[in-house]
Design a binder for this molecule. Structure first.
Ligand code: SF4
Ligand code: FES
Length: 361
């Protein structure tokens, strides 16, 4: 069906940002500059209500994320609430802060899937990137526990200039850890990551080599591990259909209860977000100004407005369009048809070997 208006779809995924607290200091963190403090975090019953309302809206999966969700003392209760709402639960963790005991409790309460991030293939480099000594060893230990408990494991590897040449070794590490899936996710330059863009940006040659390597690895490891990978934004010709289209397939709830169409939506000024403290999720999904701002295609400008791909990529990423042009309605400059596409090429060529600005809460 062509989407010209604001057709209301059912959301399928809920990203529950349980807390912004996190022990790591990753320079590519895409959380906003202003983090929600612990005292503003939603309590257990409110999250349980949100999960039940999400299931009522059609959501199938909840991603328990952060920050580091292990910082929440009630994590097992939250997993139980997701289970009783009938949601498939995926824990997205740095592995630092989740002990073997906690994991066993989570497994007992019905956790369905675990995703662990790795920063590189050696302890020295991985710990340097994470800004946390000993993180690599703890990730290995938790991954072993996940596999021992027979919970499906995904390894998430955020790629950038310092580790992209180790892509093959990182996939080998994911295999060795027992992961059934590895997600090669390139750094996205929103929120904190924007501060480190020139320090993180890979070169065009690195990106080309990595793309070829992904194809080789997919062939070599077919049937052993699923390798998910896309071309990084600044080196692509066409933009990604960010979050499956604004207000179309997913929603994010922040630690303090604001509901966002994507995790970086607060970087766009002037949007009005509603909170689960005052509204039901169904009301927010259908009626909140932020969700309706870029729903459908009627808000688009040229060249998106008359482009055949407007129902395929939805004009790309609104947060990236704003970050790069100052106008959230602009065509995502990653698109080769965008008037400001040249800016992206110039930024992709900007590499500075400067120290990372680590994220510290
Ligand atoms: Fe997508 Fe807009 Fe580019 Fe067309 S012009 S490919 S809709 S971003
Ligand atoms: Fe907000 Fe892409 S991250 S629309």
């Amino acid at each position: 069906m062509a989407e010209t208006g604001k057709a209301l779809h059912n959301p399928l995924g809920l990203l529950a940002e349980l807390t912004h607290r996190c022990p790591l200091g990753c320079p590519y963190c895409s959380n906003p500059l202003a983090l929600d403090p612990r005292q503003d975090e939603l309590d257990t019953p409110t999250w349980a209500r949100v999960f039940a309302e999400a299931a009522g809206l059609g959501v199938l999966q909840v991603h328990l994320s952060g920050g580091e969700p292990g910082a929440r003392r009630d994590l097992a209760d939250l997993v139980a609430a997701a289970r009783s709402a009938g949601l498939y639960s995926n824990l997205i963790t740095s592995a630092v802060g989740i002990t073997a005991d906690t994991l066993r409790q989570l497994a007992d309460t019905g956790l369905d899937h675990v995703q662990i991030s790795i920063q590189d293939n050696t302890p020295e480099s991985a710990d340097r990137i994470a800004g946390y000594a000993g993180a690599f060893a703890r990730k290995q230990a938790l991954a072993a526990e996940v596999v021992r408990l027979k919970i499906p494991l995904t390894v998430n590897a955020v790629m950038h200039r310092a580790n992209i040449d180790h892509l093959g070794d990182m996939v080998a590490l994911a295999l060795w850890l027992g992961a059934s899936r590895v997600e090669i996710a390139h750094a996205q330059y929103y929120g904190w990551a924007l501060k480190n863009r020139a320090a993180l940006m890979p070169t065009t040659d690195q990106v080309k080599r990595a793309a070829a390597e992904v194809e080789t690895l997919r062939t070599r490891h077919r049937g052993e591990i699923v390798i998910d990978a896309v071309v990084p934004d600044y080196h692509a010709r066409l933009p990604k259909p960010c979050v499956g289209g604004w207000g179309r397939r997913s929603l994010n709830v922040t630690p303090a209860g604001k509901v966002l169409p994507c995790h970086a939506a607060e970087t766009i000024p002037g949007l009005e977000f509603w909170s689960v403290r005052e509204h039901s999720l169904a009301d927010i999904w259908a009626n909140s100004p932020a969700f309706n701002a870029f729903r459908g295609t009627a808000w688009m400008r040229e060249p998106c407005r008359s482009c055949a791909r407007r129902d395929v990529d939805f004009g790309g990423c609104r947060c990236q369009a704003f970050a790069l042009t100052g106008d959230a309605r602009a065509t995502d400059p990653v698109c080769h048809l965008a008037p400001e596409h040249d800016k992206v090429a110039a930024l992709a060529a900007e590499q500075h070997d400067e120290p990372y600005t680590y994220r510290r809460m």
